[in-house]
Design a protein. Structure first.
Lengths: 228, 208
């Protein structure tokens, strides 16, 4: 049974993105902590990205490269000139990225295309809402498809020679696979009698749990930002 | 917003918006955050990302051959971009929407889908990356346009190894590079789009 409604999930996403950007310095650790606890409680599937090595490579590279690229070099380590400011900036940047990535992953996992479409429908943008909903749900699939296509080509020795041709083939394969996945989505939408020009549906209801969560998030957000 | 797209059109718009979105959210955010200085001042990260995005959006136009489809792909991408690891940044989101609008204008001017039309659309979209510097600095940072102009001239003169007095040549170089990159993006989009269509047709024939 779903404890939270769509508005609750949306509020959490907005909170995580806003606080991920606005929380100063080390307070982003608290934001990340809350995002992890919330995800573990309400949508464990949203934590799937943390199982991927590439995800951690991306996060680690922000921490490892920043001391070389950001700020004045004020430290020497193993003959390398590094910046303390750059290290801290990179670390906070990586934690912000983690918070936002987990919140987005969780939202995509927990909220269906139909629910996202209905959120836009409230503003009268049914077609755009449907497209955004489908795109949102396709993100993890497309990333996986692209990775699989790349690995398949690499294992066949595709990038050893004629790299430009291989890259072209890879791009074509990714777009073809994405369109095939799109065809499946079309069939599913038509099976559910979705019509872009159909009548407007009732707005999504906001339940008590959503309201309670929004109150907690606002209090937490204000506390995190306003605490001296 | 009254829609006149079919369900299939909207799903294909979502597919190409998501592909461009994945590119922006991963590579784009990464390049902007970590490697802003990798590209030369003449070809910024924005120019590279716009060209890549345009390749995808224009391929999308081949599969959703209706006026407004590139703009819709851009809107979907801009919304997804709001959720990228760099956080909500209004400036790139506006850039994506304006570039999509300009590409749409290029396609309208070309009247019917053609390689030339795609190249024109790509050129117009990528050209915006030069003017966006002025627009974003003025709107979001409150910097005067003349200050930005001087900054651009300084960067350009250093990159080209000529004096700032050759202002016209420097600006022409900035614009020319974007026209070439945009044209190349359009050319590639046409080429790749046709390859994708051919492969799908072959697969359909094979399954019959």
């Amino acid at each position: 049974m779903k404890i939270l409604g769509t508005w609750g999930h949306l509020a959490f996403l907005v909170w995580a993105v806003a606080l991920g950007i606005l929380a100063p310095g080390a307070r982003v650790i608290l934001v990340l902590g809350f995002v992890v606890v919330f995800s573990a409680l309400f949508f464990r599937g949203g934590l799937r990205p943390v199982r991927r090595l590439e995800f951690w490579v991306l996060v680690a590279s922000a921490v490892l490269l920043s001391p070389f690229l950001i700020g004045e070099k004020d430290l020497s380590l193993f003959g390398l000139s590094l910046s303390r400011q750059g290290f801290w900036a990179g670390l906070w940047m990586a934690l912000r990225a983690l918070s936002v990535a987990l919140a987005v992953g969780g939202f995509a996992y927990a909220v269906s295309v139909d629910e996202i479409a209905r959120l836009f429908e409230v503003a009268g943008w049914k077609g755009l809402g449907f497209a955004v909903g489908v795109a949102f749900n396709l993100l993890p699939t497309l990333e996986e498809m692209a990775r699989n296509a790349y690995q398949a080509m690499r294992l066949r020795g595709g990038f050893q020679r004629e790299r430009l041709r291989a890259l072209r083939m890879l791009l074509v394969a990714i777009v073809v696979n994405a369109l095939r996945r799109g065809d499946e989505v079309v069939e599913a939408a038509e099976a559910r009698a979705f019509r872009p020009d159909g009548p407007r549906r009732e707005p999504l209801p906001i339940n008590r749990t959503d309201l309670a969560l929004i109150a907690v998030l606002v209090a937490l957000g204000v506390g995190l930002l306003a605490w001296p | 917003m009254k829609t006149r797209f079919t369900t299939r059109d909207l799903v294909y718009i979502a597919v190409f918006g998501a592909l461009w979105g994945v590119l922006e959210m991963s590579l784009g955010s990464y390049l902007h955050l970590i490697f802003p200085s990798l590209a030369t001042p003449l070809v910024g990260v924005g120019t590279i990302m716009t060209a890549m995005g345009m390749v995808l959006a224009l391929i999308g136009r081949l599969f959703v051959p209706r006026t407004g489809s590139v703009l819709m792909i851009g809107l979907v991408t801009a919304i997804l971009k709001a959720l990228s690891i760099g956080g909500v940044k209004l400036s790139p989101m506006i850039a994506i929407i304006i570039e999509s609008l300009l590409a749409e204008l290029g396609l309208i001017l070309a009247r019917r889908p053609s390689r030339g039309g795609f190249m024109l659309a790509g050129c117009l979209a990528v050209l915006w990356t030069f003017f966006h510097k002025f627009f974003a600095s003025y709107v979001f940072l409150g910097r005067g346009i003349y200050d930005v102009y001087l900054g651009v001239l300084k960067e350009g003169s250093q990159a080209l190894g000529i004096g700032m007095g050759y202002a016209l040549a420097i600006i022409a170089a900035f614009l020319l590079i974007r026209i070439v990159v945009g044209g190349l993006a359009g050319w590639l989009a046409w080429d790749l789009g046709k390859a994708v269509q051919a492969r799908l047709t072959r697969a359909e024939k094979g399954s019959e």
